[in-house]
Write a protein that binds this ligand. Structure first.
Ligand code: C2E
Ligand code: CA
Ligand code: CA
Ligand code: CA
Length: 283
């Protein structure tokens, strides 16, 4: 028998072990993949619900694996976190996202989208984080106000977590923080008091459940409650997983600020985002 997470014991499962082995094999290849330039970033728009304007993009990492084809983050991020390789990989993501954001800012000024980057909790707890981000902002020449870090709610930190200090320092530098996957991990909202966040992203599962359940009033009141909570704390709210015009209309009617999802655009190569900015502003 093998010990699992919360003290549960299960019989040895060969299939599961095969997965574990391939994850190990995958993690040891990450440094080489970084050297060889096998990672790339797609960008997905975040749009204002009132007029549809693209206000930001989220950088989403992919791995062009020579044998396995293009892998999504769900296939390697957890492994990278467990092995600690999320530190160099996360640094790579930050650098490339900031360089791209700086190119858009240089070309389009205030019409350029702000850049959202996912920050794994392991990165937040890494002693080198502040120095890394400071160096990346300088070398890419990006205004820190254009960078927003997304931290998953389930990874939320207690009041004595060493990462809190680093997150406060980032905010002092002008970087903003947002709670990702809001609503999926809340046993205790005290972190909203301790963390200097400026926004919440409502997890896509809430929006997709509503789409499936139609006019379910309870579901809508839950999302409405999240929006009110955020606004009463002075935070902005983004809904994820917005796939239809009806989703957007209902979220707009309950006062949600921004939306991200296929209705507003799938994750795409940076050139496609450039094309959208040009379409909106000219030049
Ligand atoms: P997330 O932060 O919740 O990112 C949004 C995910 O939802 C993306 O999947 C995106 O493609 C997908 N999505 C967007 N719009 C829709 C929609 O309308 N409907 C549906 N069904 N899905 C939609 P992706 O790219 O596979 O990313 C998965 C997760 O991997 C992300 O979830 C994020 O937690 C993580 N991730 C991605 N890039 C990074 C990274 O650079 N660093 C870290 N630490 N995590 C990352
Ligand atoms: Ca995210
Ligand atoms: Ca999210
Ligand atoms: Ca999510």
């Amino acid at each position: 028998a093998k010990k699992e997470g919360r003290g549960r014991w299960t019989l040895f499962d060969p299939q599961r072990n095969a997965v574990a082995v391939s994850q190990y094999a995958m993690s040891v290849r990450i440094p080489m993949a970084l050297d060889r330039g096998e990672f790339f970033l797609d960008y997905q728009p975040l749009c204002a619900l009132d007029d549809g304007a693209m206000v930001a993009v989220e950088a989403l990492v992919r791995w062009r694996h020579p044998e396995l084809g293009v892998l999504g983050p769900d296939e390697f991020i957890t492994t990278a976190e467990d092995s600690g390789l999320i530190i160099p990989l996360g640094r790579w993501v930050l650098l490339h996202a900031c360089e791209q954001a700086a190119r858009w800012a240089a070309r389009f000024g205030d019409a350029a989208p702000r850049m959202n980057v996912n920050l794994a909790v392991r990165q937040a707890r890494n002693a080198g984080l502040i120095a890394d981000i400071d160096r990346i902002l300088r070398s890419s020449d990006l205004d820190p106000g254009r960078l927003q870090l997304e931290i998953t709610e389930s990874a939320m930190l207690g009041p004595r977590d060493p990462a809190l200090q680093a997150l406060h320092e980032l905010v002092a530098m002008g970087v903003s923080l947002t709670v990702d996957d809001f609503g999926t991990g809340w046993s205790n909202l005290a972190y909203l008091r301790d963390l200097p966040v400026s926004g919440l992203k409502i997890d896509g599962s809430f929006v997709s459940e509503l789409r499936a359940s139609g006019e379910d009033p309870v579901g809508w009141r839950i999302i409405g409650g999240m929006v009110s909570l955020a606004h009463s704390l002075g935070l902005s709210v983004t809904a994820e997983g917005v796939e239809t015009a009806a989703d957007a209309q209902r979220l707009r009617s309950i006062g949600c600020d921004w939306a991200q999802g296929w209705y507003y655009g799938r994750p795409v190569r940076p050139g496609e985002i450039t094309r959208r900015i040009v379409e909106a502003v000219g030049g």
